[in-house]
Design a protein around this ligand. Structure first.
Ligand SMILES: Cc1ncc(COP(=O)(O)O)c(C=O)c1O
Length: 367
């Protein structure tokens, strides 16, 4: 079996539909933050999630930042986050002067461990930020129950999990507020952008206001609060609408790629996939697995790279990086093990089945 086609890690699918929408935006003259595609994208996105309203922003990071601000988190408040995530989960907590508390993840699902959350809750805890890692939903029933027991708010970091469902509900609609990302490596992209979701319309209206420099437009350039320039542009929303029109196909493709990986690899006892529990539907932004017998996955990744086969290691657990070390007050055996032994597989919707099977064959040979 020879290498059939180029394999992509996470490249987006963009083409004719995107060109058409972008040309419309340019022809209309609306290239910046005013324009019809922004509200249209928000309406379609809200409808998809089954929510009355969402707010488009410049990035998933901005979405998380505004969600924290809106929920009144600030200095002296503790916010619990998983060790295994992208730094954009923890950074907005530091932007607002609150204190992140890093907890370990579950070895099966790779998501925040409910038992670890429980141990980390103190009288200062104000919020939980579960991250649906690589598109696989967290144990939301247990998380929401803990939150209600301790009067905490929940901000879902759904930046990687658009389209994933927990017991029938989309991730990003379960907590108080949710954040999505349309960065170029996500299942759908706006080039760079994000969305805030939630059920409380007045909170979302205030988030929209904050994202627009807190401008009270009826009074001209009058700004009663400190705001942010976090608005999505009409050009980005044009890309978003074009991508969103194809999103259900992207989701089917992601699921199919995961099926192929499982068909080819799950019987191998040297491999354990990130677990998707019953009642939960992953969006498989990344198909991800670990090699329990390896001490360090770096060597395997290099061998794959030498054969032009892309892969991606897990995030470096937060507690190992200088800005975040001080927010760890526990041990993180699962996050550490997942970092040492876990790998994300080529998961771009551009990949064809034959190439993915070839990847699996080479991976088994290299193990
Ligand atoms: C877990 C997680 N949180 C937050 C973000 C931030 O999103 P963005 O890159 O759009 O700011 C990302 C993605 O990049 C992410 O993977």
């Amino acid at each position: 079996m020879s290498f059939p086609n180029q394999l992509y890690l996470d490249a987006p699918v963009v083409g004719q539909t995107e060109k058409e929408y972008l040309c419309q935006a340019i022809d209309s003259g609306f290239v910046s933050t005013i324009g019809p595609f922004v509200p249209e994208f928000e309406e379609k996105f809200a409808k998809y999630l089954g929510l009355p309203k969402v707010v488009s922003v410049q990035s998933g990071t901005a979405a998380l930042h505004l969600a924290l601000l809106e929920l009144g988190i600030g200095p002296g408040d503790e916010v619990i986050v998983p060790a295994l995530t992208f730094i954009a989960t923890i950074n907005p907590i530091l932007y607002i002067g609150a204190t992140p508390v890093i907890v370990d993840v579950d070895l099966d699902t790779w998501n925040i461990s409910v038992a670890s959350i429980q141990k980390a809750i103190t009288p200062k805890t104000k919020a939980l930020m579960p991250v649906h890692l690589y598109g696989t939903p967290c144990d939301m029933d247990e998380i929401l129950q803990l939150a209600s027991q301790h009067h905490l708010v929940v901000i879902e970091d759904a930046t990687e999990s658009l389209g994933a469902r927990y017991k029938g509900s989309y991730t990003g609609t379960l907590g108080d507020l949710g954040a999505f990302s349309f960065n170029g490596n996500k299942t759908m992209t706006t080039g760079g952008g994000g969305m805030v979701s939630g059920k409380n319309e007045s909170q979302l209206a205030h988030i929209k206001f904050l994202a627009n420099q807190a401008r009270e437009e009826s009074k001209g350039y009058y700004h009663p609060e400190v705001g942010y320039n976090y608005r999505m542009t009409n050009i980005e929303a044009a890309l978003g609408l074009a991508q969103f029109a194809q999103f259900s196909d992207f989701l089917v493709k992601k699921k199919r790629l995961n099926e192929i990986y499982r068909e080819q690899l799950s019987a191998d006892e040297r491999i354990i996939f990130q677990k998707v529990k019953d009642g939960v539907e992953s969006s498989y932004w990344f198909s991800a697995l670990r090699f329990p017998q390896l001490e360090d996955v770096a060597e395997l990744q290099n061998k794959l790279k030498n054969q032009n086969l892309p892969s991606r290691r897990n995030f470096v657990p937060l507690q190992h990086m200088p800005p975040y070390k001080q927010y760890s007050n526990s041990t993180y055996p699962n996050a550490d093990l997942l970092y040492a032994t876990g790998l994300c597989l080529p998961s771009s919707c551009l990949n064809d089945e034959e190439s993915v099977k070839y990847f699996c064959k080479v991976l088994k040979e290299l193990l």
